[in-house]
Design a binder for this molecule. Structure first.
Ligand code: ATP
Length: 310
């Protein structure tokens, strides 16, 4: 709304150079479209009057007997009781439709749950301001949206008031520096749909750099399902391991290579948690996770393995 209003203002009240050229207009609308796509979230929740800010103290997450259904349908997640201590790294696996994405959506309060409550550091996410909740969470999505802007601006999206030095430091931490410096204009290279095309792994690392810049105590990671080339895969993994250090992590795992980075694995099926423990514990239980583990030898992707094992 702010961007649209600003644009309208420029069109109606602009001066000598007000006449936006057609090219400018198209770029501005492209920017609006991209902005809305990046920040666009369902607006089904609102702050309670005078909602206090979330005071984060390390990032302990609790789902207390939580059930949630989309639009009056069947429960997408059901009776979820889960406590993730600050600093723990949890990977969620399970077949398609098990409720993995729903779990991370309701943690971001994209929807309010119908039963139970979700608590971060002792505060119900329903009672605190959404702005403060967003500040406490860094979301690294499967597909990173890039604006038609420079690499610098794209990374700075993680924290708009960051200095150039802070952006460079985040880029180095996320293993972006090498490939960015080899781009025609380095950090000033314009990327995105109509700019320089970046590979899947490079985009992922820009997303990770944004999260470094934001420096939130909780990381919500939806791993990319698409295959990356081996070198990119290694760089992304190294960047993720570094990002996850000293933070609470809840990750929808799609890549076998990351499973070893988690302290704990949760297996979901039909909206419920059916297995919960370390990789070693779950193997000994000889359940779904163990079947998945044994299918690894056949060289399938994690998603194929999960579907086969379920
Ligand atoms: P996948 O691995 O395929 O992404 P998932 O484990 O993340 O699956 P969810 O996307 O959480 O599963 O879906 C859980 C259930 O909720 C499914 O039955 C799904 O059809 C339903 N669902 C998911 N999103 C919506 C939505 N926006 N509206 C209605 N139903 C939905």
């Amino acid at each position: 709304v702010v961007v649209v209003s600003a644009l309208t203002f420029r069109i109606l009240h602009g001066s000598r150079d007000m006449a936006l050229s057609l090219v400018d207009m198209v770029q501005q609308f492209g920017y609006i479209d991209e902005t809305l796509r990046v920040i666009g979230q369902p607006q089904s929740v609102c702050d309670s009057p005078n909602a206090p800010d979330l005071k984060s103290r390390g990032g302990t997450i609790e789902f207390r007997d939580v059930s949630f259904a989309y639009g009056g349908g069947r429960d997408a997640v059901h009776d979820i009781d889960l406590r993730i201590p600050a600093g723990q790294k949890v990977g969620i696996v399970g077949p398609s439709g098990a409720g993995k994405s729903t779990l991370i959506h309701i943690l971001q309060r994209l929807y309010d749950v119908q039963k139970g409550e979700i608590v971060i550091d002792g505060q119900s996410i329903r009672s605190v301001s959404q702005d403060s909740l967003r500040t406490a969470l860094s979301v690294v999505p499967q597909e990173i949206s890039l604006f038609h802007r420079t690499v610098m601006e794209n990374i700075r999206f993680g924290r708009p008031d960051a200095t150039d030095e802070e952006v460079f430091a985040a880029a180095r931490a996320a293993y972006c520096d090498g490939f960015v410096c080899s781009l025609p204009d380095g950090y000033a290279t314009v990327v995105g749909e109509r700019g320089m095309k970046l590979s899947g792994g490079q985009r992922q690392r820009i997303g990770i750099a944004r999260a470094f810049l934001k420096d939130a105590p909780i990381i919500i990671l939806d791993e990319a399902t698409s295959a990356l080339d081996t070198e990119s895969e290694m760089e992304v993994q190294k960047a993720l391991v570094r990002l996850m250090r000293d933070r609470t992590v809840i990750a929808v795992a799609h890549r076998l290579s990351t499973l070893t980075a988690f302290d704990r694995i949760i297996v979901m099926m039909g909206g419920r948690i059916v297995e919960d423990g370390t990789a070693m514990d779950l193997r000994q239980q000889r359940g779904l996770f163990d079947r998945m583990w044994r299918l690894q030898a056949e060289g399938l992707s994690l998603d194929e393995i999960v579907e086969d094992a379920a």
